[in-house]
Ligand binder design. Structure first.
Ligand code: HMG
Ligand code: MG
Length: 292
């Protein structure tokens, strides 16, 4: 799941023009990314960089075979996303009350109640939805998080009907051993083909953690073009693992991704120019000279 246009841009101080966002998303689809989270139907007062969510969702030129997704925090967001024609939505909450209070202004239990309603609407409409479990490797407000709590929440979200659970290292504190242990615990509640990882690369361990998860049989990973991103309510959080770095590693390991690295780099470089700062992907840095 490519999350650059949503997770990547939600934390940027520079406002990226809607037309540049549309070109970015279209470039990502053109590069072969088949699931793209394009925006979030959250309160624009909380996340100003994504205030153009409806324009983005309605304006994007659709490519056959690509699924366009959006984050929704409640029924209001779900209705706006559905009216804008997104193919799928994602609900999101953390394991900890501390992060949920800061991020979505409610406790974990309250969020689950809200999401029951969203899930019922999505199921009724036949629209697939995914669920994020944030702070699964540690919380900026509560510290260490026991895997059993992650498993318990993931099981509840599977019961709501989520087609995939994306387990997040929101603040990038995880290590490969922890990843393997967490995935082993999650297998009790989530079928492997419905488990994804969403790893912010704050401390440079995301690719190592993905390698450990691959060994445990996980086959779905979130990533962000150029390594864009962060979470405004997780202080100091860096972007997700860079899509370029992930594609390079997987292809080198003989795992086909269907992504054209040159085209991907061109999309990231165009966005980099719009942002006016270099993106952190290491593979993009290595390619920069070759692509411009
Ligand atoms: P609230 O203030 O508690 O909401 O915010 P409320 O229900 O009390 O309503 C207050 C106002 O918000 C009202 O407007 C509502 O209409 C409006 P007013 O009457 O004052 O003009 N409102 C909305 N507006 C637009 N879209 C909506 C919406 N809902 C209510 N959907 C809320 C609660 C959840 C809306 C707010 O806290 C919010 O938008 N939070 C989103 C924060 C966010 O996007 N954070 C970043 C997400 S990244 C993440 O969480 C991690 C992830 O990447 C995975 C990982 O890394 O682990 C997914
Ligand atoms: Mg994130």
């Amino acid at each position: 799941m490519e999350v650059g246009p949503r997770d990547g841009l939600q934390n940027e101080a520079t406002v990226v023009e809607t037309t540049a966002k549309l070109a970015f998303i279209e470039g990502l689809a053109d590069a072969g990314l088949s699931r793209i989270e394009i925006t979030a139907f959250v309160n624009p007062r909380w996340i100003p960089p994504l205030a153009d969510q409806a324009e983005v969702a309605r304006g994007v030129r659709r490519r056959r075979g690509v699924r366009y997704a959006a984050l929704v925090p409640n029924v209001k967001g779900y209705e706006a996303a559905a009216a804008s024609g997104v193919d799928e939505v994602a609900i999101f909450l953390a394991v900890t009350d501390g992060h949920n209070q800061k991020n979505i202004n409610c406790t974990t239990a309250e969020a689950l109640l809200r999401y029951q309603e969203v899930a019922a609407r999505a199921v009724g409409d036949g629209r697939p939805f995914r669920a994020y479990v944030s702070c699964a490797f540690g919380c900026p407000y509560e510290g260490a998080v026991a895997p059993a709590r992650v498993v318990e929440l993931a099981a509840k979200l599977i019961a709501l009907g989520a087609y995939e659970i994306s387990v997040g290292d929101t603040i990038g504190v995880g290590n490969p051993r922890q990843t393997a242990l967490l995935v082993r615990a999650l297998k009790q509640a989530v079928p492997l083909d419905r488990l994804a990882l969403h790893l912010h690369d704050t401390r440079g361990t995301a690719l190592a953690n993905i390698a450990a998860a691959l060994d445990e049989g996980v086959a779905s990973f979130d990533s962000s073009a150029g390594g864009l991103g962060g979470c405004p309510y997780a202080p100091g959080a860096a972007g997700n693992v860079a899509t370029e770095d992930l594609v390079y590693m997987l292809e080198g390991m003989g795992i086909a991704t269907g992504v054209d690295l040159e085209k991907l780099a061109r999309a990231s470089l165009a966005l980099e120019a719009a942002l006016g700062r270099p993106l952190p992907s290491k593979v993009l840095a290595a390619m920069r000279g070759a692509c411009t």
